[in-house]
Design a protein around this ligand. Sequence first.
Ligand code: NOJ
Length: 537
Amino acid sequence: MSAAADPRAPWWRRAVIYQVYVRSFADADGDGVGDLAGIRSRLAHLRDLGVDALWLTPFYPSPQVDGGYDVADHRDVDPRFGTLGDFDALLADAHGLGLRLIVDLVPNHTSSEHPWFRAALAAPPGSPERARYLFRDGRGPRGDEPPNNWRSRFGGGAWARVTEPDGAPGQWYLHLFAPEQPDLDWTNGEVRGEYESILRFWLDRGVDGFRVDVAHALAKDPDLPDIPPERLRRGPAAEGHPHFDRDEVHDVYRAWRRLADAYPGERSFVAEAWLQSPQRLARYVRPDELHTAFNFHFLLAPWAAGALRQAIDATIGSLAGTGAPPTWVLSNHDVTRHVTRYGGGALGARRARAAALLMLALPGGAYVYQGEELGLHEVEDLADEVRQDPTFARTEGADPGRDGCRVPLPWSGEEPSYGFGPSAASWLPQPGSWRELAAARQAARPASMLSLYRAALRLRRELVAPADEAVRWLDAGDGVLAFRRGPSFACVVNVADEPAALPAELLGASVVLASDALAVDGSLPAATAVWLAVEAS
Ligand code: NOJ
């Protein structure tokens, strides 16, 4: 029996993990911002959906310059989101429903409001307080040019100059993200010790694991060299980069794995690392490192059979030597929602339905981003004044940023906030068309996206998860992905814009789930996926 088929396999090998973007999931107190009590009140949605676990994006005290990825205190809850007591209650309720819970760990940087950074600003150059971050003197005779040419991921330069306590223009510090997110120096023993203590704090509270933010960024080339101009573009990191995917980062994860393994209960890590090659990503999930990693190669693949198949094969192939399970993801809080990426409107929604069946048929684990089970699209017409993502301001609007995928969820009702909270307030306005997409409305409709996700997740437990881990591709026409896993499960996805016949060897199989109605002759309409149960011969 393969590790995935074994019912005793650790939960994270095939878990479907639902991403809760805390600010936008459910608002209990009516201030327009989601909170922990709101999540707790909606746990039944996740139970009924049939996921195994939830991942909470950062809810720690934070000035919210980058939606909470600017953490000022790693061991508490921001008052906007509740209290540690609310967290404990949420965790207990989730566990009571059989749902695991993982939290976000942000190790590359802190908020500029973190006590360590404040202490660094108050201390002189060369002090131990500054040594926790990457402070350097500037270039040029007056030190008024940044130490190198690195760019912030949010646009603009990656260095900010401080004013020294005596009022003079002073050193520069590195921020790969916003200036309010200074990068930590991971060669510093105090930094390493602090994060191990943070891990213990949450593990002792009972969390089931961590999502590791920008896991590939922690180690920097100690010489901080300039980046050749042709490599300064944004996008997944390529090999040999001075601040992404450096070998030294793996020591950190080996230490964390030892720490987590000492706890009972299969605690696990998932790495967020945008890398150019699946082979480099596989290094993060070697047996003594992190358990899994997000598969952005799959997410980035366009709706085209060749590209999807290539991403699937490259993922599975690259993991072969590690023993780690693959994972699959279509959307998250950093990317344009996939209904929109796949063409938008009815076509995008139809493709998204088929994509869900593809993703959930593959071996390993999967991530569902809140709202994808409702078929939400990217909100592309937000007014400039309401946009909060720092990317928008730092690129002077050239990049609209990520607010469009972060709009609060519609749950029920006729008027905004559509059940998001007890008041009409929501920190980003919801489109009127979301009234129809509210969870309560979709729950009552068998053909809705929500009903499809529920059916798929139920059948996945029965039919897909126990199937063989290996994917065996079948001959199918151009534009069609068809594969079997073990003797009794098959999935066929017609990615093309014309109808397609099922592969000959599946003609006698029974359709257990289809993303949209099949044609009367049993062929697959354009952008349709089916799951089939094959009689053992
Ligand atoms: C990745 C997170 O998903 C994103 O939202 C955040 O802006 C950056 N890391 C910086 O922490």
